[in-house]
Design a protein around this ligand. Structure first.
Ligand code: ADP
Ligand code: MG
Length: 681
């Protein structure tokens, strides 16, 4: 391995540009993999073209004209033995007009589109052909992720040098039987400079065995990083709670129902974790309404009984407030104090809350992200519960270790609001053990889902209103074509006013993301208390809000939302014994994809199945939040495509970590150079 500036032609300017792409060494360059390929090796006949793809073409100029228009432009008609295309140029200069003359033979490269005169190419690269023009290059051309000022041809040249001079030095880090028969060096050669007979489509899809070999290695490196992080956290001591279950039993006795079998099983798994003197790292998954909160409350009981504090963090103020009210109702009768901390709290109230947390009079603390700010110190924090909307950064979880007190790390329990397919969970939460609550409490009637075109909105509205007048409760979710909380809020506001005017006797409320937290909470509380029957909302009500009496859900422009989001929204109803109903209003015409998604929503209520479909259709960003998926930082792997490799990658990662820590470390350096390193390896 060498520094990039040791390559020929790489000066200070190029070094700086390469750094922008996180390329510092020849190794980095070798692992800067093509995002696509072009075939410039074969001249294609003009009757063999597919719109949207790039081709190398050769033909004779049969016409040149300068169409009238605001901008000077030039159209060139190029013909071969099989057909013709039009080349369009909106920047006309002498070198171009010199080349594109009637009767000249041109070789061009560019993307084919449909234009006014049939197939057209805009600003293709053009070359004048003479007898001496050599045949095209004999390999597929790699297209790299690049940056302004660093051309593809420069990148190609640097990679070529790195391959020649430095690929021999790359150590093999994977056991041979997982390499598809490709030594690392061979795989990289193939991927950077595929031979001319390589299968373009296979390469473009990342399905070639040489690519799959690298993908597997990358997945192994990611699993190693998760496992190493887990091992690192678990070597820090945690308090062990062997509770008599005094509080847990009292809590259960106070409820009008008993735990489902699934809740019991998961509670036992958690209790066993809490008895260890290493930190629990557990993810609880369960479909909407499965009763995750109660499982968390039982875990809290064990911790509180031993005199340690519990922190519960929710992603939004609405949810945090709801948890606060719930836990107060459950815990205060047991003589346990429940405190509240939010980002909006200021001045005296804030100070008092922080004081109580610090001196331990606040036993269970509920809040938003504010809980984890540096100013918040706990007397002795034994358990952290994270009820999350999307993935809470792994490194944020790490930061919690400092909050434990007595040099101990608190136990960690993470509850996902969205069911996550197993393979995806392995990547996003590979450092956590997983429990699944795979059963809904009894007595729920399934939600009936219908899809209705937007033209029938008025009809749906009238029926909803009359149901509300008859005592039912309904959510009406406004989303617009453009996804923006501000615009959605305006639409919700407008509808709210319209309804108040038209149906003065109806008790209607409004919540959206632009309202103050207290205003939102006041409205939610009224809805919960059944003093409001219709709640007009934006998607802010998506996660976790629990009003068992609500039984009607209407979602406008449903085709715009992701499946998991729709499932979350729909999950706000169907929580009680009354039959529930969900209407998805959509706008014509529906794309194929839109039809497919609405069909899935009509046909299933199973959150895990919906999540699998979402992963297929929209990729992991939809399920985990785009930023978080970006943070996973895969270079070649794509979870929606490669998840079948994950099980084995996990297994191989474990083997390498135990048998060959030096290789494990080298894999991390190669694939995740920027990830924090833990003392463990
Ligand atoms: P989620 O898993 O979506 O977070 P919640 O914890 O909000 O679900 O629970 C949904 C509703 O089900 C709540 O009203 C809760 O009180 C109720 N619930 C929880 N467990 C049971 C049970 N075992 N039997 C009946 N109702 C339950
Ligand atoms: Mg919940």
């Amino acid at each position: 391995m060498a520094a990039v500036h040791q390559l020929q032609g790489v000066g200070t300017a190029s070094t700086a540009l390469l750094e922008k792409l996180n390329i510092f060494s020849t190794d980095d360059l070798l692992f800067h993999l093509p995002r696509d390929y072009e075939d410039r090796s074969t001249i294609i006949a003009m009757n063999q073209l597919t719109v949207g793809r790039s081709y190398l073409l050769e033909g004779v100029v049969k016409g040149v004209d300068f169409p009238p228009g605001k901008r000077k432009s030039m159209a060139v008609l190029l013909q071969d033995d099989f057909g013709k295309v039009t080349l369009r140029f909106y920047h006309v200069y002498k070198a171009l007009t010199d080349r594109a003359k009637l009767g000249h033979r041109l070789r061009i490269f560019g993307e084919v589109r449909v234009g006014a005169r049939g197939l057209e190419l805009y600003h293709p690269e053009i070359q004048l052909i003479t007898e001496h023009t050599p045949l095209p290059k004999t390999e597929l051309t790699a297209i790299y992720p690049a940056t302004d000022g660093l051309t593809q041809s420069k990148l190609r040249d640097y990679v070529k040098q790195a391959l020649k001079q430095h690929s021999e030095e790359l150590p093999e880090l994977l056991p041979k039987k997982f390499t598809n028969g490709y030594a690392l060096k061979q795989a990289l050669h193939y991927i950077h400079q595929p031979p001319v007979d390589a299968n373009m489509l296979q390469l473009a899809q990342g399905a070639h065995p040489a690519q799959q070999r690298l993908i597997f290695e990358e997945l192994v490196a990611h699993q190693i990083s998760l496992l190493a992080r887990r091992a690192y956290i678990q070597q820090i001591a945690a308090p062990s709670f062997v509770a008599s279950q005094k509080f847990a039993q009292a809590l259960l006795a106070s409820l009008p129902f008993s735990l489902t079998a699934a809740q019991k099983r998961v509670s036992t798994e958690i209790m066993q974790d809490l008895q260890q003197n290493k930190p629990m790292l557990r993810l609880v998954q369960g479909d909407v309404g499965a009763g995750k909160t109660l499982v968390a409350a039982i875990a809290a009981c064990h911790t509180l009984e031993e005199g340690w504090q519990v922190a519960l963090m929710a992603p939004t103020e609405i949810l945090a407030e709801q948890h606060y009210l719930n836990f107060k109702k459950w815990f205060e009768p047991l003589g346990l104090s429940v405190a509240w901390l939010s980002g909006k709290q200021k001045g005296k109230a804030r100070l008092a809350a922080e004081q109580a947390i610090k001196n331990g009079t606040a036993q269970l603390v509920i809040g938003t992200h504010a809980l984890f700010q540096d100013t918040v110190g706990f007397a002795q924090l034994g358990l952290v519960i994270i009820d999350e909307q999307h993935r809470f950064g792994v490194d944020q979880r790490l930061a919690l270790r400092n909050k434990g007190g007595n040099n101990m790390t608190p136990h960690q329990l993470v509850m996902t609001a969205t069911p996550i397919p197993r393979t995806l969970a392995m990547s996003a939460y590979g450092d956590l053990d997983t429990s699944v609550i795979d059963e809904l409490p009894p007595g729920r009637t399934p939600i009936q889902t219908v899809t209705i075109p937007l033209e029938r909105r008025e009809e749906v509205l009238l029926r909803t209103v009359s149901n509300c007048m008859a005592g039912k409760q309904a959510y009406w979710v406004c989303t617009l074509v453009e996804q923006s909380e501000t615009l959605d809020a305006q639409a919700a506001e407008a509808m709210f006013q319209d309804i108040q005017l038209r149906f003065p006797e109806l008790n209607v409320g409004l919540v959206h993301g632009k309202m103050k937290a207290e205003e939102k909470q006041a409205v939610m509380q009224q809805f919960k208390d059944n003093t409001l029957q219709l709640l007009i909302a934006t998607t802010v009500i998506e996660v976790g809000v629990d009003v068992p009496n609500a039984s009607i859900m209407v979602i406008e422009n449903a085709e715009r939302l992701g499946l998991s989001q729709l499932h979350q929204l729909r999950g706000r109803v169907g929580r009680g014994a009354t039959a529930s109903f969900c209407a998805l209003l959509y706008k014509h015409p529906l794309s194929q994809n839109g039809q497919e998604r609405l069909r899935i929503m009509r046909e299933t209520n199973d959150g895990f199945m919906i999540a699998e479909k979402d992963l297929e259709i929209r990729g992991p960003g939809e399920l985990l939040g785009t930023k978080q998926t970006g943070d996973m930082g895969f270079r070649v792997a794509k979870l929606e495509r490669d998840n079948h490799l994950l099980n084995q990658a996990h297994y191989v990662a474990q083997q390498i970590l135990t048998a060959d820590p030096a290789s494990a470390d080298a894999l991390l350096k190669r694939w995740l150079p920027e990830a924090p390193r833990y003392a463990y390896i």
